[in-house]
Structure formats: C-alpha cells, structure tokens
Design a protein around this ligand. Structure first.
Ligand code: ZN
Length: 346
C-alpha cells in the first residue's frame, strides 16, 4: 500500500510517499481501508521531534481516520467486516485502575494513535490498523472526509469545555485560534450550551468563518487590543472561560482576560511551555487553571450525538491527495488554514 512515511525527524523533506506492506490485525484489532484521514498539529510535532518524547521510526502520522473495516483479529466480536467507522485515537489498556474509571488518558499505557504509536501505525496510508475498541460508527449524515476531520478536535474541545470547564448558558468564552481545528469546534460547542463565544484569530477571513459558525464577538489579534475589547464586551467582568492551546505567547493575556473565579482550560502550548504566572490571581481572585488531554471514548460518543443531529458541523478548509501531505503541513505551519485539512488516499 501507499503511505506517507518518515524515518528521521526533520523538515518536510523527510516525508516519503512510498509502498509498504499492508497492516495485519492482532487478535483484538481491525484493519480499515482508509477513505479519508485528517491533519493535526501532532503530525507536525512527530515529524519535527519533541524533547522528551520518543517518536517510533519508521513512522506513519495521522490520528484521525474514517474508513471501512476490511479485516479483523480472531478475538474481535462487535465490529464486522464492511462496517463504516471512524477512529477514536486514544489507545489505552482498558483494564487498569484509570481505564475502568473512564480516565483512559491517565492510563500508564496511554498513547495517541498515529503520534506515539508505531512503527508504521497511523492514519496517513491506504490502510491502517487500530484496536477494535477504538472504532465507532460513522454517522450517516457525514461524508468520509467530514467524518475523518472530527474526532480528535471534537473530543479535545468537548472535554475542555463540557467536562472540565463546565460551560454554562451565558458564559463568555474567549477562544484563541478561533479559525483553527480546535477553535471551530469550540465556537460551536459554546453555542450549543448558549454560551457567548469571543473568537480571536489572526485574519479577517478566519473571523468571518467564526461569525458564520456563531461567534457573537470576533477580535483580530493583529489589530485589536484583546484585553480592552474583552473588558468592553463583558462590561468589565472579563471572560468566564478562556480556551487555551497556544501557551507562552498568550498565557499572561489569558490570565488578564479571565474573570475572578473563572477558568482557563488548556490542552497544549504550541508557542512554548514556559509562561509567567502571578499566583496571587490563583488565591486572591480564585482563578482556576484546568488541564485537559484528549478525552475518553464515552465523551466522543456523547459529542457525536450532536454531530449526528447537525448541531455541531465539520469545518473543512480543503481536501488534498494523500501524496501532498507535505504541502498540507506547510499550510498548517504557515497558519494558512481555516478548519481542517482532509487527505484522500489515491
Ligand atoms: Zn489503562
């Protein structure tokens, strides 16, 4: 089969579109014929390499896939050949203390499929294999590319806003990177709960998209004074929730824009891990700083119920041929993407 493979960390030049053997299922695994995969920033982190994290080589990236089950292991009973499915990318042991509490992301064996798995174990190929427990039915109302575009970002934001920050009607939710894959989900989930999204993005095109998705307020981070605008919008009270994923560059401003007693919820730090923090805000203003990492399969299924009813929609920037994955990553690295990029195998 064809797949995008890399054997060492580096720039786009390490990505090779090449022939490799098709995956074979272990006893509890299924093999999918991939109809579509989607790009995430963890594809880029895996390619570049991350301090303190082992990327298994040779590597196939890709944590989001949708496809048809074409083979299954001897122990698989509840997934059939021909099933149309999408992948939940959180791989865990399923029987430890944490897994049995629905906290699979704390499992000592927890891995993000296509990022920490390998060798040659991710979505960006013509076929892929995953544990049978990691597939869920593709909703009938979604095309293949739409289905592939959703799980990672939908689950991540669902857990951030619903499970962790407990978003409520009327909450002002400040959303950084509102035109990105996480941002477009955050706007829609905030609206679903009758909260009031304040979308921040780097271009007017992305803010137009944010408005179409239901953002009540939009701010251009290159032009607007974010702190002053947030205060104006909230009558001086500031945001109830800040959705963070950029880290060092935005964290001090996120704290400044957060109301007393409010919550910053974060799932990443694309601009750096070290941020200054005035801990007086922690006790004196009782701000809450919440971490969040992907989510459990139950949360994804819960969120997908709203996708099936058309209340949360996929947002796709463009669809490209799998062989052009390097070009897709270049678009993401240069911040030229609004929503998700979907890859189609030949
Ligand atoms: Zn476990």
């Amino acid at each position: 089969m064809k797949a995008i493979v890399f054997e060492r960390n580096g720039g786009l030049e390490v990505l090779q579109y090449k022939d490799i053997a098709e995956p074979r299922p272990g006893p509890n695994e299924v093999v999918l014929k991939v109809k579509a995969s989607a790009c995430n920033f963890n594809d880029i982190w895996a390619r570049r390499g991350l301090p303190g994290m082992k990327i298994i080589m040779p590597h196939i990236s890709g944590s989001d896939a949708a496809g048809v089950v074409v083979d299954r292991g001897s122990e698989v009973q509840d997934v059939a050949i021909g099933d149309e499915v999408m992948v939940h990318c959180g791989i865990a042991c399923r029987h430890c203390y944490y897994c049995t509490r629905g906290e699979e992301f704390f499992c000592h064996e927890f891995k993000i499929w296509g990022f920490q798995t390998g060798p040659l174990d991710g979505a960006h190929g013509e076929y892929c294999k995953v544990p049978a427990v990691n597939v869920l039915a593709k909703p009938k109302n979604l095309g293949w590319g739409e289905a592939a575009s959703m799980p990672l970002v939908l689950l991540t934001v669902w857990r951030m806003l619903v499970s962790r920050a407990k978003v409520q009607a009327g909450d002002f939710v400040l959303i950084w990177g509102a035109g990105g894959g996480l941002g477009v989900m955050a706007i829609q989930i905030a609206k679903l709960f009758n909260a009031r999204p304040i979308a921040v993005a780097s271009s007017d095109e992305k803010l137009e998209l944010a408005r179409k998705l239901g953002a009540e307020f939009t701010l251009n981070r290159k032009r607007d004074d974010i702190f002053a605008e947030v205060r104006r919008i909230t009558d001086g009270r500031r945001a109830d929730i800040v959705l963070e994923h950029t880290g060092a560059d935005t964290w001090p401003l996120s704290m400044q824009c957060l109301k007393w007693g409010g919550a910053i919820v974060t799932c990443g730090a694309t601009s750096g891990f070290d941020a200054h923090m005035d801990i007086r805000l922690l006790w004196n203003k009782q701000q809450n700083y919440l971490g969040s990492h992907l989510g459990n399969k139950g949360e994804l299924i819960e969120a997908m119920r709203f996708v099936e009813r058309g209340l949360i929609k996929p947002v796709i920037d463009r669809t490209m041929a799998l062989k052009d994955l390097g070009r897709a990553q270049d678009l993401m690295e240069t911040n030229a993407v609004a929503g998700k990029i979907v890859m189609l195998p030949a």
